[in-house]
Design a protein around this ligand. Structure first.
Ligand code: GLP
Length: 249
């Protein structure tokens, strides 16, 4: 079987994080002004830790890099521990040297959320688009907050979160899914797929089913990550449990 997606399978989560951090580090060294698209979630935490270590111990510098985060909840600000902005400060920006003016975020507190989405698309375009977009995957196959649906939306937009997604995000809201915002802002499918290179990372047996559908299944709006199959330069980094249902081992 021929795979357009490059699949890399590692023994464990730490090896996934090291390999992904090494890839990001060499991309940053080759192109210091790189435009990075960045994800949140539990999965990339170890990768961000490794990048902070490379910054502290090996002088890896992000001083000229530009970042755009994938998504943000509506109705909470950067001081809320559940916000993705807060997460990024804790796990990445607080330990590296990306200048604050080069960090881009969707503002879930904006008065006019539609205008905020247009502003974000314009900022991404003005930066020249993403060179490298790193992605996680939701248990239901979402990327960013592009949830499974009959139709997917191309550009940055406002989205109503699925109940399962709110459950999956409950940990940073005192474990209570009801406290997770009902809405979010997210880069759209085209915003993501226009990145020159994509790397999706998934770890743990809980992701095995959606990873299998993403790689072996048809393109379907019911599994937004399946659209990565169309990308010319996309890679998937997995640990063995996440890869356990694939026919490639
Ligand atoms: C959230 C984010 C996604 C992320 C997903 C998976 O829903 N919006 O970008 O990929 O969580 O999170 P985890 O890595 O915790 O499984």
């Amino acid at each position: 079987m021929v795979f357009l997606l490059q699949i890399r399978i590692f023994d464990n989560e730490q090896q996934v994080a090291s390999a992904l951090a090494d890839h990001i580090a060499s991309a940053v060294r080759q192109q210091p002004g790189i435009v990075l698209g960045l994800p949140t979630g539990r999965t990339p935490i170890a990768t961000y830790a490794e990048l902070r270590r490379l910054h502290a111990e090996q002088g890896l510098s992000f001083a000229r890099a530009v970042t755009f985060n994938l998504d943000e909840f509506v109705g909470i600000d950067a001081s809320h521990p559940g916000s993705f902005r807060y997460y990024m400060e804790q796990h990445f920006f607080g330990g590296v040297d990306v200048p604050p003016e080069r960090i881009h975020f969707l503002n879930g507190m904006a008065k006019d959320l539609d205008t905020e989405c247009i502003r974000y698309e314009r900022d991404i375009a003005e930066a020249g688009g993403m060179d490298l977009q790193v992605l996680g995957i939701g248990g239901n196959g979402h990327i960013g907050f592009n949830e499974p649906a009959d139709e997917l939306i191309a550009s940055t937009h406002r989205v109503t979160l699925h109940a399962g997604t709110r459950r999956d995000n409950a940990a940073s809201f005192g474990g209570d899914p009801e406290r997770v915002p009902r809405e979010a802002l997210s880069m759209g499918m085209a915003t993501i797929l226009k990145a020159r290179m994509l790397i999706l990372v998934a770890t743990g047996a809980g992701k095995a089913r959606c990873v299998e559908r993403m790689i072996h299944g048809p393109l379907t709006t019911r599994l937004p990550a399946s659209f990565l199959q169309m990308h010319r330069s996309a890679a998937v980094y997995l640990d063995r449990p996440a890869a356990s249902l694939l026919a490639v081992e």
